[in-house]
Write a protein that binds this ligand. Structure first.
Ligand code: PMV
Length: 317
């Protein structure tokens, strides 16, 4: 095999502006890449076994345990398709995206790993193929992912997404700024996705109408963005939060955080982002309140930051 000594790629985390959970059941949704990234580097022939390292954590690449589930699944998928490596490799992960925060950490790692492996082995894979391999990593972590996280991480910018149907970049007439606050509560997406599926079973017709309404609101949100109509964009985020609460994705801590963002009229809208049950909240701050609202939430929460969109997707490093 004609492989390099070293290859690296990075990919961004994401926020979902509208449509999470419902997107698993066929709704449109809108997501944007953020300014926190995961970088994966593949190093050749180091050590006696192939391994994965991230900070102080380490694991054997082919160990059958639950550590580094995304990277292991991506590697298994890659080597199954393109042949097992003859030399040992080390996979190094450097990520700015907190794990279990609802900001798409596993998707970013999976995309970066899929791309870095393909470059290391001298393969010029098309982005669809990189995405396909990365989806194995997402499945290992999430069970039944819609694919919105990996698609956003690969493409960057902002996308309108519908499972197996649509993945379209949204043109932004001007940059938009979102406030992102991590609640500090780590959770697993698959548990939340199963909880929502039980809710769907208990209320099938209400859930199905809400899924349609979520689709409609997602398309409205795209329109609001193209008109730069921030008050309406915020209102659609608030509406989305109400629906997410009803399906059981919110928590008292997230509700408190959202109220903080909406208090004093600082934000046009605020909602949980991603699977909920913990994780993160996003707000759309009024342009003249950005500094004030950031300093207020920073008093209560360790990780609060601004993300302007568009941001790059997959990048070769
Ligand atoms: O919390 P995250 O980053 O794993 O976001 C998951 C988004 C869901 O809609 C809840 C699941 C999915 O696969 O779309």
């Amino acid at each position: 095999v004609n492989y390099l000594d070293q290859a690296a790629a990075s990919a961004p985390g994401k926020i979902i502006l509208i449509g999470e959970h419902f997107v698993v059941h066929g709704s449109y949704a809108v997501a944007a890449a953020i300014n926190k990234r995961a970088k994966v580097t593949i190093l050749g022939a180091k050590g006696k076994v192939s391994s994965i390292i991230s900070g102080k954590e380490k694991s054997r690449l082919f160990a059958q345990d639950s550590s580094f589930a995304a990277i292991k699944a991506v590697s298994r998928c890659f080597f199954k398709e393109f042949g097992k490596p003859k030399e040992n490799i080390t996979i190094k992960i450097e990520s700015e995206i907190p794990r279990g925060s609802g900001l798409g950490s596993s998707a970013a790692i999976s995309i970066a790993a899929s791309a870095a492996l393909s470059r290391f082995y001298g393969l010029e894979l098309e982005s669809e193929k990189i995405l396909g391999v990365a989806m194995d990593g997402e499945k290992a972590v999430h069970g039944n992912p819609s694919g919105i996280d990996t698609a956003t991480s690969l493409k960057g910018g902002m996308i309108l997404f519908k499972k197996n149907v649509c993945c379209k970049s949204i043109n932004l007439n001007r940059s938009l700024q979102f406030l992102i606050v991590y609640s500090g509560v780590e959770r697993t997406t698959s548990r939340l996705v199963s909880k929502v599926a039980r809710r769907k079973n208990s209320f099938p017709s209400q859930f199905s109408f809400l899924t349609e309404a979520s689709s409609f609101a997602s398309l409205e949100l795209v329109e609001a963005i193209s008109r730069c109509d921030l008050p309406y964009l915020g209102a659609l985020m608030n509406l989305s939060q109400a629906a997410l609460s009803w399906i059981g994705a919110s928590t008292p801590k997230l509700d408190f955080l959202i109220e903080e963002l909406l208090r004093r009229d600082d934000c046009y809208g605020a909602k949980l982002t991603g699977a909920g049950g913990g994780g993160s909240v996003i707000g759309l701050p009024k342009p003249d309140k950005v500094g004030a609202v950031l300093s207020t939430v920073s008093k209560h929460f360790e990780l609060a930051f601004l993300a302007s969109t568009p941001q790059d997707g997959l990048r070769w490093e």
